[in-house]
Structures are given as C-alpha cells and as structure tokens.
Design a protein around this ligand. Structure first.
Ligand code: ADP
Length: 883
C-alpha cells in the first residue's frame, strides 16, 4: 500500500480519490487542507508520495519544497489548472517531481505519475545510501591521505586538481602559491615548480610512470624532493595523473656526504705517496691499489689487480706473515713487519698497517705498506755506531788505565824521592822546595785518581766492596785527616753522632770515606771562619732504614742557580777570587755517582754568604761485630823487621832505588831481582818472608813469575802496579798474589803491607823463638800452639788426614758441579788455612763459601789444596827432625 498525503481542497481530493479506484496500484490517502497542517502531518507520519495543489489560498507549494528536511526525498507531485510552461519549469526546478494539469487528469495519468514517483523515490533512496557509504569511504581515504607524510595529489586529464592531501597543501603553502580543488593545477603553482613537474605530468599522461629528484629552495633552505608521477587509467585510457612527493633532503645530504667521502678517499688513495693496497679479506686478491703501490712493486696497476697479495710476500716470510696477520687481526700486535718481492725479484722490507673496511659490500683489507729499508739501514748504522762507541769507551778505559801507569811510574819516583829527600839534611829553602814538589805531586795524584774513578764509574767498572767495619773508627779517621787543615784555618770541626747508629755497618767503607773526605774537604776549603760539622743519624726513607750524613759549613755558600749543576762533571761555580781554590770540578760528580751506586743519594742546600749543607743518604745495613786485630794497627815503631827477608822483583832502577831506600830505613833485609825469572830464583835461594812483585817486566812478567813461585812456595807476594783498576787487582789475586800496593808507593804503603803479612811475626820476634819455629815460619800456628810442639804436630796430623779426605770430596763435587758441597768443604777448611797462613787458599775458600768462585778458581782451589797438603807433610817432617 502506497501512502499518499494529499494537500488541497476537499472537492478536488474526492475527484482524485475516485480516479484512484481504477488503479492497479494499492494506495491510501490522507487529506490536509493547508501547508501548515501538511508540515505537522509529515513530522508525525511517513508518506511515500505528496500530492499537492500548487497554490492554496496565498500560499505556494514551492515553500514546502524548500523544507528539504521535512520532505526528505519524498517525491512531490503538484496539480494546477493549465500550468504555464514557466510555472512547470519553476516547479520542477524547485524540486517538484511532476506537475499535472487538473483539467486533463485521468486515472492513467495519475497512476503513471504515482508509479514513476515511487520508482524515483526508490532509486533516490538507493542513491542516497550509496552516497552515504561513499562519503564514509571518502572520509577514511582522506584521513589516510592526510596522515601520509608524502605530499599526494591527483589531476584529471585536463590538469584539474582532483585530490590533494594535507602534506601536499603544506608543501605548497611553504612554496608560496596554493592550488585548490578543481583549479587547473599548473596555473596555480609557482613557475619553478611548473618547470620541474609539468614535463613529468606530460609523461604520465602519455602512460609513463616517472620518478625525479630535484632541488628546490624553500624558505631560503635547500631541500630535495623526490616526485613520483603515475598515470591514472580507466581501462586503457589515461584519465589523469597522480603525484607523490617526498622530502628526501636528509637522504640526499647523507648520500652527498658519502659521495664526498668517497671522492676524498679516492683522492687520498690515489694521490698518497704511501703505497696502499685493497685486498679481499676472504681471498687476498688485490681489488685496488694506488700508483705508489705499483711503483713499490714495479708492476703496473693492471698487472697487480686480481693478483693474490700473498704471492707478493717473500717466500721465506710467508708463514710468519700469516701467523702475524692472525695476531694482528686479534689485536695482539700493533704492526707487522715483513718482506715483499718486486717484479724484478728485489726483496724489500716493509712495515704493514691494515684496516678492515667494506668495499662494494665485501669485507676488504686496506693495507698501507711502508718501505723500511732506510730505517733498517739507519738502525744498522746506529748499532754499528753504538758498538763503536762502546768499543771506544772500552778503549778509553784501557787507555786511561795505561796512561795512569805511565803517569804513576814517574810520579812514583818524584813523590818517593821527595819523601826521602825530606829525611836528609836540607836548608830551609831546599825543604820548602821539596815540600812544594811533594804537595804538587800529591795534588796531581788526587786529580789522576779522580779522573780514573770517574772513568771507572762511567764504564760501569767500579765494583763496590761492602764489608763490615766499625763506624766510629772510620769516621774518626776521616775527621783526623781534616783536623790539621781546619786548625790551620781556625775553623771548628765537630761531630754529632746519634746513639741509634749501630756500632758496625756493612758497606763499602773505602767509598764512604772517599765521599766524606770530599764533602768535608770542600766544606773546609770554602769556609774561612765559623765551623764545619758532620752530623750522623738514622732515618727511614720509603720503608728502608738509611744512615744520614749531614756536612754543614758556614762558608761562602753556593749561588742558587748553580746548585743544580754542581754534581755535574767538571762543574765549578763561576770563579770569583774567593772561589779560586784548587780542584777539578770532579769531586762532587764522583761523590754523587758513588752515592747512587751504593743505593743512596746526595742533595745540597746552600745560601750564598751563609754556608752550605750536603746531605748523604745511604742504605743502612747492620754488620756483625768484628773482633779487632790490634796488630793490624801497629805503628811503624812497633814493627820489628830486622829479621825479615824481602825479595824485590822490579826492572825499573828508579823504583828499585826508592823501594830499597824505604826498606833500608825499615831495616829489612832485601834481595833485588830485575825480572820475573830472577825473582823465581831469588825466592828459591833466599826463602824470603815476602816478595814485592812488579807486574810489567822483561823476560817474565809478574803474573807468570807468581804462578811459577806458587808451584813451590806460599810466600806472600805483593803486587806493585800503577794500574789501579779493579780488574787489574783481580788479575793479580787470580795469579796467586796476596796484596797490592799502588804506585807511586809510599813508605806507609809498604809498612802497611808488611804489617798485614807479619803481624804475628812481630810478636814472635819478641819471644826470642826456638830456631825450629823460626824455620817453620808459620806465625798463625805458633800463635795458636804458643810453642807447644806436640800440639802443633797433632794439628799437622789432623790437617793432613782431614784435608786429604776433603780433597777427594772436593774433586767429586767439582766434577758434579755441586756448588753446595764445594761451599761446605771450603767452609770447613777456612780455619786451617788461616792457621797455616795459606792466604791464597783462604781467599778462594771464602769465595767458595760465598758461592762466588769462578770455575777457574774452583780448579785452582783443588790444585792449591794438594800443594798445601804436600807442603804441610814436608813441614811436619822437617819440624820433627828439627832442621
Ligand atoms: P772541586 O774539585 O773543584 O772542588 P767539586 O765537584 O768538589 O769540585 O765541587 C764543585 C764546585 O762546587 C766547587 O768548585 C765549588 O765552587 C762548589 N762547592 C762545593 N762544595 C762547596 C761548599 N761546601 N761551599 C761552597 N762551594 C762549594
């Protein structure tokens, strides 16, 4: 049933209702007389058709048609008496579905109109639904489009803007002109955009998809836009174009940077003077190289490309190279050295530095090759130069040692005779001259000793000889030496000795004395009034106990700027008159180096005009108490020498004269031998108590002579030499000598040596010995046995029995290189050596006991032990027989 609302006069309605009775269509009518009532009706009820008279009274149905929300797609059919063409057009234009002429209305016309209206209404509804759905789709698409970060728009085939998203609008806003929907696109955008995009649009219209990246200036900034322009097709026909625009500035700039880096790399790579190779990490094939590299290998670039780099490494080095490469890649080594082979088979040493990079998406090694031939050559030369320098240092030390011999020989004569001359009757003037000669000679000797000391230190040849000594004793001796000079200058020389200093110390007391002598000597030298003090105390530095010596004076002081240099060689503070003193500028340098050698240090503080303070720190090592052998400090007067027999083995007549003169003064009986060979004979003939042996002599030198003498006698042999180097002294001891007197020798030196060797003898003399004991000449044994012959014989027996066993044991230990056994055997024998005056054996025995003996010394010990046993056997029998 079709529901129809009729608006109009009732008479007309009745007519129409009549007409509808003939319809094939089922209809039902509702009737209202005014538009006002119609509106109410439409608000409250649903109708499928509105049938209305065009005018009711003053009102027109056209007003109703305006109320779209009320009509909402319901077809409105109007009736009018003979409507003019104009009225019909107006009605239809205002939305009427049909206008019927009342005069010609019949049921067919009416039914047709109704049917048509119903069909239209259905279609309209369908269309409206469709539109609604389309609107939804469009809204979704829009949202999507607007949220896309690319700018998107499309044009129809005529270039009209159909769609544009928010991002595209932003682009245009930023560029300047903005096109609106429906605009002819290329008339509403800036010229510079037209220039870029119109050709793209043309191509797309011709069915081609195109992409282009272009530079634009936007708000004074350079940006890159990538534009993709695609044809929109309906079947085969292109009906428009779509644009997708993306800002690719960052990507373009990054790519530009990469391109720039690549360009730079390329120019460094090709232009570098350092040979550079690019090889595949996997295959070692050469991927690329620079000209410098081609020059290094003497192959062309093309020849080298695709070669295996390993084939260019020297064959003898390839294994090492591969190992090194592995370590290098693991970061275990920071550079590699190897050798490469050139086209001409030349072997070149190179240093390689490798960086792993990606090249054309493949892991590659970028290898820098440095030709190190020149460096190796320089290193070789440097080594040669260093060896030469070392040799020249050795030569220097040898030269100085020899020179010292040459200087000391005449010095020996000068000083010795000056000494002797002093003891003759001289006029005052002569005595003064002799004093000058003697003093100048002593000064010269100090300088020579300084230079030799320094040479030894610099050549690393100065060996310390630490030993236990009584501290106070040594210090007092040092002070005594300077007391005279201090008294002369009326300067107080004082000592402050802290009670916490141990009585005995173990260090090289000779060098300590040298240090103190130098510092106290300087202090007195540069002080005119006041005092010089020596303070000694204990301190702790870096957890180590140290002994501290402070030498302080009230002298002229040292300018601040000079303090730092006074410990350097030959440095003397600039020479004002006050400072014009004797000296070489070597003293403090030697002192400082000695302190360092002894594991200590020296420092100085001073104020010009006020005085100076030198502080010496040495490691404190407490020594075991030693029993003093008083006889060693016997004075010249107490030494009884008239029964001593001495052989002087010396070729230089001047030295002979000097020595004999000294010995004459001492009342010693002597025999002179002019060379080593004569010396041996003299020992055999005179059986002397001591031999003074020169080292350098014609026919047989001192070393050889000593070795010969040692085959039959244990007589103490004292070397006399101008060579004061440590090695020289060791050489003497090795040859079997017992002591050493430096030339030029002085009376005191000779007395000291005699005292050392004959301390017991001196005592024996006093006791008016039995000739038996005298013949035996064993002061040690005599001292122990105190004349008891039986006891002495039992000591001989014990020694012979024990030493024979020990000899066999020692030989075994020597063959097995058993140092421990050698030590214990030597240790056991030491008291016997002392007792029987086997000085030589005692010296080597001590070395064995300290595990310091050389191989030669061990063998020598065995030889000497055998001789010693034989000697004791002989002595025992001659002692018993009393001859
Ligand atoms: P020298 O043998 O010339 O005395 P040193 O090496 O012992 O050489 O001393 C170097 C210089 O340091 C001296 O020449 C002197 O000028 C200065 N000097 C050393 N000790 C003192 C001191 N106690 N007082 C003043 N000057 C000193």
């Amino acid at each position: 049933m079709i529901r129809i609302l009729y608006i109009g006069n009732h008479k007309n309605f009745v007519k129409l209702q009549d007409l509808s009775t003939n319809f094939n269509l089922a209809v039902s009518f509702n009737e209202v007389a005014s538009f006002k009532s119609a509106e109410d009706e439409l608000r409250n009820n649903d109708y499928e058709i509105i049938l209305s008279e065009l005018t009711i009274g003053d009102e027109s149905a056209l007003n109703l048609l305006d109320k779209e929300s009320l009509i909402e797609g319901i077809p409105v059919i109007l009736t009018e008496k003979s409507p003019s063409h104009e009225i019909t057009r107006t009605a239809l234009k205002n939305g009427a579905f049909d206008i019927l002429d009342c005069d010609y209305l019949n049921s067919i016309i009416l039914e047709d109109s109704f049917k048509e209206a119903i069909r239209y209404s259905k279609e309209n509804k369908l269309r409206q639904d469709l539109e609604k759905r389309l609107d939804g789709i469009y809204a979704n698409t829009r949202t999507i489009l607007d949220n896309i970060t690319d700018g998107i728009w499309s044009l129809d085939e005529k270039g009209k803007l159909l769609i544009i998203n928010a991002k595209a609008k932003d682009y245009f806003k930023d560029f300047g002109k903005s096109p609106s929907l429906g605009d002819t696109f290329f008339k509403h955008i800036d010229d510079f955009l037209i220039e870029k995009w119109e050709p793209l649009n043309q191509k797309a219209l011709n069915g081609q998809s195109v992409i282009s990246v272009d530079q634009f200036h936007q708000k004074e900034q350079l940006i890159y836009l990538e534009t993709a322009c695609t044809p929109i097709k309906s079947g085969e026909v292109t009906v428009g174009t779509s644009f997708v625009v993306r800002n690719v500035t960052e990507r373009e700039l990054a790519e530009a940077k990469i391109r720039e880096n690549e360009r730079n790399f390329r120019s460094v790579f090709t232009g570098s003077e350092v040979p550079i190779l690019l090889t595949s990490t996997a295959t070692n094939k050469i991927v690329d190289l620079n000209l410098a590299c081609s020059r290094l290998f003497n192959f062309t670039v093309d020849e080298l490309k695709d070669m295996n780099f390993f084939d260019l490494i020297s064959k003898s080095r390839i294994d090492n190279y591969q190992k090194d490469l592995e370590s290098y890649r693991k970061g275990k080594i920071d550079h590699m050295d190897s050798h490469i082979v050139t086209k001409d088979q030349e072997d070149i040493p190179v240093q390689l530095s490798i960086t792993e990079i990606f090249y054309n998406d493949e892991p590659c090694d970028l290898t820098f090759l440095y030709d190190i031939s020149a460096r190796i050559e320089t290193e070789k030369k440097l080594n040669e130069a260093r060896e030469l320098a070392e040799k020249s240092a050795e030569f220097k030390s040898l030269f100085l040692a020899n020179m010292s011999h040459e200087i000391r020989t005449p010095m020996n004569a000068m000083l010795g005779f000056a000494d002797l001359l002093k003891n003759t009757s001289l006029s005052d003037e002569q005595r003064e001259y002799v004093d000058i000669i003697s003093n100048s000679g002593q000064d010269l000797l100090v300088i020579i000793n300084d230079i030799l000391d320094l040479t030894k230190i610099e050549a690393g040849k100065l060996e310390l000889r630490p030993r236990v000594f009584e501290v106070m004793d040594t210090i007092k001796k040092v002070l005594r030496l300077h007391q005279h000079k201090a008294d002369e200058k009326q300067i107080d020389l004082s000592l402050q000795f802290s009670s916490n200093i141990p009585e005995f110390l173990e260090l090289d007391d000779i060098r300590l004395t040298q240090i103190l002598n130098n510092l106290i000597g300087n202090a007195i030298k540069f002080t005119e009034k006041g005092e010089v003090s020596l303070k000694i105390n204990k301190t702790v530095e870096k957890d180590q106990e140290m002994i501290k010596f402070i030498i302080k004076d009230t002298g002229i002081g040292i300018p601040e700027k000079e303090i730092a240099t006074i410990f350097e060689n030959f440095s003397q503070v600039d020479s004002s008159l006050q400072r014009k003193q004797k000296g070489t500028g070597l003293g403090l340098s030697i002192v400082s180096q000695l302190c360092q050698l002894m594991g200590g240090s020296i420092s100085a503080r001073s104020e010009e005009g006020e005085g100076s303070e030198f502080e010496v720190l040495l490691p404190l090592k407490i020594g075991n108490a030693i029993v003093k052998n008083e006889s060693k400090t016997e004075s010249k007067k107490e030494l009884i020498t008239d029964e001593l027999h001495v052989v002087i083995c010396e070729d230089n007549p001047v030295n002979v004269k000097l020595a004999t003169k000294i010995l004459d003064e001492l009342g010693v009986v002597y025999h002179v031998a002019k060379n080593g060979s004569e010396g041996i004979d003299a020992v055999k003939e005179h059986n002397p108590d001591v031999v003074f042996m020169d080292l350098q002599m014609p026919i047989l030198d001192g070393y050889e002579a000593t070795k010969e003498i040692r085959k039959f006698s244990q007589v103490p042999i004292i070397a006399m030499s101008a060579h004061v180097l440590e090695e020289e002294q060791n050489k003497c001891l090795d040859a079997g000598m017992n002591g050493f007197i430096p030339k030029p020798f002085k009376i005191d030196d000779i007395i000291k040596e005699l005292q050392k060797q004959f301390s017991f003898k001196a005592e024996i003399k006093k006791d008016q010995l039995d000739p038996k004991w005298k013949k035996l000449n064993m002061p040690g044994l005599l001292n122990l046995a105190k004349g008891d012959e039986e006891f002495a014989i039992s000591l001989f027996d014990i020694f012979i029995e024990q030493a024979n066993k020990d000899k066999i044991q020692f030989e075994k230990a020597l063959n097995n290189n058993d140092v421990d056994s050698m030590k214990s055997i030597a240790h056991k024998l030491l008291p016997s050596f002392m007792m029987f005056d086997f000085v030589q054996l005692h010296i080597i025995g001590e070395k064995l006991d300290n595990r310091e003996a050389t191989e030669r010394e061990r063998e020598y010990f065995l030889e000497r032990l055998e001789l010693a046993i034989n000697e004791i056997i002989e002595k025992r029998s001659s002692f018993i027989q009393g001859n």
